[in-house]
Design a protein around this ligand. Structure first.
Ligand SMILES: CC(=O)SCCNC(=O)CCNC(=O)[C@H](O)C(C)(C)COP(=O)(O)OP(=O)(O)OC[C@H]1O[C@@H](n2cnc3c(N)ncnc32)[C@H](O)[C@@H]1OP(=O)(O)O
Ligand SMILES: O=C([O-])CC(=O)C(=O)O
Length: 447
């Protein structure tokens, strides 16, 4: 048999082997996607790190409320506005808060920042290895670099508290360097001059990232990036990538394996990869909708998308909808404010107005399209405006999802530490009901 034919035959078999009737999920009370009938998540763990609030639980059922996000009990709105009100960079502080459970005093913050600076440079060998890592996707290169860090760690498998904390701070510090270098090396493979800049001690993580990525940057760009990093740092234990960290950590595996798995999860377009998917979709809509302010034309196109007749034929409008938030995602509101202000500054108000109208029309068209079949409101999520913000501060699309990882590594490591350190921990192992019939083995010559 030709190799194409055997692949075709095996792939055809998927049609029947992966078909599972919808009614069976109801019959066996299976919580699809670990979600209850009312769309709320199945409770699978307890945490003290982050709280994602989208509804109130009343005796008569769930009541949707405007979304709130808390890091170690502190509202993320207050954190962002508090730090930026003091005109400071805040991502390091958010990382400290998530890892330790409390806000650092000045001396603790300065020591933590020094530690980050000490960990930020890559060893010569890692640098050379990144040069060698061919690839066209920074998330993929990042995951491979993380797996490589295992080799350079003298104590990679030790899950004691001290070692976990050291590894966590090392990863938080090195992600910006790896991502900036990986992007520049990728550009280099397309014929551009290669710049490998050493991180500077006087710079914050946001400034260092911009410096290593593109050399020159403005104060506005660095502060904007810093704010976006604070906003993406943590989202409870249930989001797909953090849950991946918790699942893999519960088996006792090493930090690098667990974090590489989380990077893979975040890359998906339904999760962190949506920030890139939104920008690609936006580029497409800018080209395919002639009048950016004409509601009927926009509605027509969005409906075609929902019917899987246009764009990528998935039926999805990226950046819209969330597993927990229904009325609003607090991060999207802040990013929208940032997008609006930057658009004014960068004279891109027409594009901003189009994106804002797309948000409104997407929500309305989704509700009309699904009708009562989906008894849930949708709202713009964190990924709806972030790509536009990054674009306006001169960041290339290739680093959009890596930036999410560069921030979320803080939440991931905090959750890994928690998973490995609570007394009543247990390996995460849910059940799958087999719904296929049992069959007899048939000897090869009788088939
Ligand atoms: C950082 C983050 O991860 S934020 C999320 C980023 N992802 C995106 O922006 C991708 C687009 N959005 C989505 O795919 C979804 O809204 C998710 C993955 C975020 C949440 O998914 P779920 O919790 O399963 O959504 P929910 O239970 O509300 O879905 C209900 C129905 O609406 C559909 N739906 C949800 N969002 C969308 C959307 N943006 N476009 C079209 N249909 C959607 C679902 O496919 C589902 O349809 P079905 O009942 O026919 O299967
Ligand atoms: O919570 C989720 O499902 C996804 C999300 O918004 C995040 O991880 O930031």
């Amino acid at each position: 048999m030709k190799k194409e034919y055997i692949i075709y035959k095996l792939s055809e078999s998927i049609k029947s082997t992966s078909r599972i009737d919808n009614e069976l999920f109801t019959k066996y009370n299976v919580k699809r996607g670990l979600r209850n009938e009312d769309h709320s998540g199945v409770l699978v763990g307890l945490t003290q790190i982050g709280d994602v609030v989208g509804y109130e639980r009343l005796p008569e059922g769930l009541k949707a409320i405007p979304g709130r996000l808390l890091y170690r009990g502190i509202d993320v709105n207050d954190l962002v506005k508090g730090i930026h009100g003091e005109n400071r960079f805040g991502f390091e502080e958010a990382a400290f808060l998530l890892l330790s459970g409390y806000l650092p005093n000045r001396e603790e913050l300065e020591s933590f920042q020094s530690l980050i600076h000490a960990f930020m440079p890559l060893g010569q060998k890692t640098k050379m290895n990144i040069l060698d890592l061919e690839g066209s996707n920074v998330m993929n290169i990042l995951a491979r670099c993380v797996l490589e860090m295992y080799t350079f760690d003298e104590n990679p498998d030790d899950t004691s508290r001290d070692n976990l904390m050291r590894q966590s701070i090392d990863l938080i510090s090195k992600f910006p360097t790896i991502i900036a270098y990986a992007y520049n090396i990728m550009r280099h493979s397309h014929g551009k001059t290669l710049h490998i800049r050493h991180p500077k001690e006087e710079y914050s993580i946001a400034e260092n990232f911009l410096y290593m990525l593109k050399g020159e940057f403005s104060e506005l760009e660095a502060k904007t990036l810093d704010r976006a990093l604070v906003l993406h740092a943590e989202h409870g234990g249930g989001n797909n990538s953090t849950f991946t960290v918790r699942v893999t950590s519960s088996s006792g595996t090493d930090t690098y394996s667990s974090i590489a798995a989380a990077i893979g999860s975040l890359k998906g377009p339904l999760h962190g990869g949506a920030n890139l998917a939104v920008m690609k979709m936006f580029d497409h809509l800018k080209e395919n909708i002639r009048h950016w302010d004409k509601v009927t034309e926009i509605d027509q196109y969005l409906n075609k998308m929902l019917r899987k007749e246009a764009y990528d034929h998935t039926g999805l409008i990226y950046g819209i909808g969330h597993a927990v938030y229904t009325i609003s995602d607090p991060r999207a509101l802040l990013l929208k404010e940032m997008a609006r202000d930057l658009a004014k500054e960068k004279e891109r108000e027409e594009e901003y107005a189009f994106l804002e109208l797309l948000e409104e029309r997407a929500i309305e068209n989704f509700m009309n399209f699904k009708g009562t079949k989906v008894n849930k409101r949708v709202c713009a999520n964190v990924d709806f405006y972030s790509g536009f913000v990054y674009d306006m501060i001169g960041l290339p699309q290739e680093v959009f999802t890596p930036l999410f990882a560069m921030s979320r590594i803080t939440g991931w490591t905090a959750h890994r530490i928690e998973e490995l350190n609570f007394d009543s921990k247990r390996i995460i192992r849910p059940a799958y009901k087999n719904v296929a019939a049992e069959r007899k083995f048939v000897p090869l010559k009788q088939r």
